[in-house]
Design a protein around this ligand. Structure first.
Ligand SMILES: Nc1ncnc2c1ncn2[C@@H]1O[C@H](COP(=O)(O)OP(=O)(O)OP(=O)(O)O)[C@@H](O)[C@H]1O
Ligand SMILES: [Mg+2]
Length: 337
């Protein structure tokens, strides 16, 4: 059994204009130690997929009409709020895309980490290495020591002093390390990192990716890395899932998918990457626009933009094996072994 199993997940969100069908068949399975890159154009449902795993999409206005999410065998869509709070504090670490939900500028970094650690310890006292009867003071001291250790682990120099600094005293790359350290406090099995390197320059980005890669290898941490950047996926992901308009259209071993994409959408996404040495003015976009999610096309949602579309694409293609290491949802994909 995989650590995370998402099957045919559908998510609809009620809004003024009607109900948007934002997820319409997300299929994903993540094993321990795997790094999954979740990619696709803006608005395709990457963040909502990540938030759904920790059930952070407020319902109402959202509802899950179909599909399932299981975390280590637990039915996430059926879990009560108390159980979800436990999972979030301990076993699922998250780095959010929305910066306002990240570090609070008014509090010292250490204070914020201690708060998270004390919360995690209420779920599982072993997070602090103490038994449940330890005094409040002992717990606080242990939480602070844990914060320093984790800051050291993510490469913050002089962590014992820096723990008392405010967020603005850290550079962007260092703040991202702090957020990773925070997400690791409960010793999670899964880290969901939503665009963790998007705001960083390429050399700092590479350092953060290296850190995530080490964490996956050393601790068997599973990582869902949400990014619109295929270069990031190529650097560290073991697997990749490509989303289009709320569906996973292709998934599999990162190397196989990036080297020989099978879905016309993945092909277009890769073809639109700028290449060094390409002739000036030769940049290609994907023609057409993403569908309106309030009245999405029946069948394959990419068909209106797809150069290979045929009449059959009016019927939604299932996600099926194409070769040994990947699956693709396309009637026209070549399914060579
Ligand atoms: N609370 C909400 N109510 C209504 N629609 C929403 C809500 N949150 C997200 N959406 C819509 O759902 C779709 C998917 O959003 P999501 O944030 O998951 O996209 P994304 O793939 O993460 O995009 P990006 O790359 O820009 O972060 C978008 O069309 C978005 O407008
Ligand atoms: Mg997003």
């Amino acid at each position: 059994m995989a650590l995370v199993e998402i099957e045919n997940l559908h998510l609809a969100i009620r809004a003024f204009e009607g109900e948007a069908q934002v997820l319409a068949g997300v299929d994903l399975a993540i094993e321990r130690g795997e790094i999954w890159g979740l990619v696709g154009e803006t608005g395709c449902g990457k963040s909502l997929t990540g938030l759904s795993i920790s059930r952070l999409v407020s319902s109402p206005p959202a509802r899950y009409p179909k599909g399932a999410i299981r975390f280590d065998g637990r039915d996430i869509l059926a879990a009560d709020e108390a159980e979800m709070r436990k999972l979030r504090g301990r076993r699922i670490g998250m780095i959010f895309q929305d910066p306002t939900t990240n570090l609070n500028p008014a509090f010292r970094v250490g204070e914020q980490m201690i708060d998270v650690a004390l919360h995690a310890a209420r779920v599982d006292a072993s997070v602090l290495g103490l038994d449940a009867k330890a005094s409040a003071r002992a717990r606080r001291a242990a939480a602070r020591a844990l914060a320093v250790r984790l800051l050291e682990r993510v490469g913050v120099a002089r962590a014992a002093e820096r723990v008392d600094d405010y967020p603005h005293q850290f550079s962007g790359g260092m703040r991202q390390r702090v957020l990773i350290a925070m997400a690791l406090i409960g010793k999670p099995d899964l880290l969901i990192a939503d665009e963790p390197t998007t705001a960083l320059d390429v050399s700092v980005q590479a350092q953060i990716l290296k850190l995530l890669h080490e964490l996956a290898r050393e601790q068997g941490l599973a990582i869902l890395l949400i990014t619109h950047n295929l270069g990031v996926v190529a650097q560290i992901a073991s697997h990749v899932a490509v989303m289009y308009a709320g569906r996973v259209v292709e998934r599999g071993a990162a190397r196989a998918v990036l080297k020989a994409p099978a879905h016309p959408y993945t092909q277009a996404l890769i073809a639109s990457l700028p290449r060094a040495g390409a002739a000036r003015g030769s940049l290609v976009g994907i023609p057409g626009v993403v569908p309106n999610l309030f009245s999405p096309p029946a069948g394959c949602r990419f068909a209106p933009r797809c150069p290979l579309a045929v009449a059959r694409c009016g019927e939604a293609p299932p996600l099926e094996a194409a070769g040994a290491a990947r699956e693709v949802a396309c009637w026209r994909a070549e399914r060579a072994a």
